[in-house]
Design a protein around this ligand. Structure first.
Ligand code: BMA
Length: 314
């Protein structure tokens, strides 16, 4: 049973393809951060060619939306980040982390060779993005902590144990933690949370939003994938990690905090999906969780941070 701790915004979805000024079929899985007093979303926008026979997007790039209140967003006329030559056609699922006055974007890149790589770029103005590194395959769902810990940049990530493995594979996919002195070279990697230990996400689990610092530990909103006779279901859960040693889990909420219930979560490009890439903590203790609904729209739900922590400690 999903506990009633997350409140969906009554006017969800907050963005659909109709809100995108350029040609786009689906908008979802947005990274989120506050920048210059405004809410900023980096949007996954899937662009299809007009040829109806083509079932795969012609390009996936990142758009930008800004808002004064976190609910009503204006979208820039053109995408702000498009794949470069090395990346090919698809960059997606961006997670934004601020460290000092720099904003880092960790994003997935699918290449024409069917590899999935994790890209890291930085920006100071959300106009120019400088590429820092692109991982070897197969890795995605990178979520960078908002400060160095014991001298290292730290990220949660989700390796594929075997290239091209996905939901339905007999091998579950787990959340790992990795460290880097410079955001280029990553190591000291360790499994952090096994899908096998997530009763509602036994096929795969992956980092969602970049971890949020709280007095009790790092709060991480993650996704888990379960399979039933109805097919795959993506849900969200939360866990608390030790502040000084984030490879140590303090607690994981037993139940998911959000699962597909509303039509915009159950029907879209991929049915039965809620997937987050960004959450913004507010001074009043609220967490705004931005999430994709059914791989087709952008939604928001809010929760009290202390309530989420309590769930992790139950
Ligand atoms: C994952 C990623 C996400 C997507 C999710 C649900 O594997 O591809 O971008 O939202 O599947 O389809």
């Amino acid at each position: 049973m999903v506990k009633d701790i997350l409140k969906r915004y009554s006017k969800n979805p907050i963005l659909t393809a109709d809100d995108i000024p350029y040609k786009c079929k689906y908008v979802y899985n947005a990274g989120a951060i506050k920048y210059n007093g405004k809410y900023v979303l980096l949007l996954r926008t899937d662009i299809y060619s007009p040829d109806k026979e083509v079932r795969k997007p012609a390009q996936i790039c990142l758009g930008l939306a800004t808002s004064k209140d976190g609910y009503n967003f204006q979208v820039e006329k053109e995408p702000v980040m498009i794949p470069n030559e090395e990346e090919g056609k698809y960059i997606y699922d961006p997670r934004i982390t601020q460290i000092d006055d720099t904003y880092y974007v960790l994003y997935a890149n699918s290449t024409e060779y069917h590899e999935i790589r994790l890209g890291i770029a930085s920006t100071r103005d959300f106009k120019d993005f400088e590429r820092i590194s692109l991982s070897r395959p197969d890795l995605r769902n990178g979520a960078l902590f908002p400060e160095k810990i014991n001298g290292y940049y730290v990220r949660l990530d989700r390796p594929f144990l075997h290239p091209r493995m996905s939901a339905g594979s007999p091998f579950p996919l787990d959340i790992w933690i990795s460290y880097s002195p410079d955001l280029i070279f990553w190591g000291k990697s360790k499994p952090l949370f096994r899908a096998a230990n997530c009763p509602w996400g036994q096929t795969k689990v992956g980092p969602g939003a970049p971890p949020v610092k709280t007095k009790k530990g790092w709060l991480e909103i993650f996704h888990g994938v379960g399979i039933s006779e109805k097919g795959k279901t993506y849900r969200l859960g939360c866990m608390l990690l030790d502040l000084k040693n984030p490879s140590k889990i303090i607690g994981v909420a037993k139940e998911p905090i959000l699962e597909p219930v509303e039509e915009y979560e159950k029907e879209g490009y991929v049915p039965n999906v809620v997937f987050t890439c960004g959450a913004i903590p507010e001074d009043n203790g609220e967490l705004k969780i931005y999430y994709g609904g059914a791989d087709a729209c952008v939604c928001i739900a809010t929760a009290n941070i202390d309530d989420l922590i309590s769930l992790c400690l139950e």
